[in-house]
Design a protein around this ligand. Structure first.
Ligand SMILES: [Zn+2]
Length: 91
């Protein structure tokens, strides 16, 4: 039972138990086989991703608003463009 030892962690590639301080996995030879405790996504990158998502959502909202404001009326305008001349001449 070596995989239960505190200083042995599963390799991130082959999941074979390797020493925590091992630089190279003895089973598959990958560099730094252990996963570091600190999160892989740093806060700066997270904030950039959040801003990017916000910009994308905002752009989508503007695009949808434009579609709603300028989309349907163009079709309606063609039907209502007839001037009420006949009603004026009949009088
Ligand atoms: Zn490995």
């Amino acid at each position: 039972m070596t995989e239960a030892a505190p200083d042995v962690v599963p390799c991130r590639l082959c999941t074979e138990p390797v020493a925590h301080d091992a630089k190279i996995c003895p089973a598959c030879g990958v560099k730094e086989p252990w996963i570091p405790d600190e999160p892989t996504i740093n806060p700066h990158l997270m904030r950039v991703a959040m801003w990017g998502g916000g910009v994308v959502v905002l752009g989508l909202l503007v695009f949808l608003a434009g579609l709603i404001m300028f989309g349907p009326p163009a079709e309606k305008d063609e039907r209502d463009h007839r001037p009420p001349a006949s009603t004026r001449e009949s009088r």
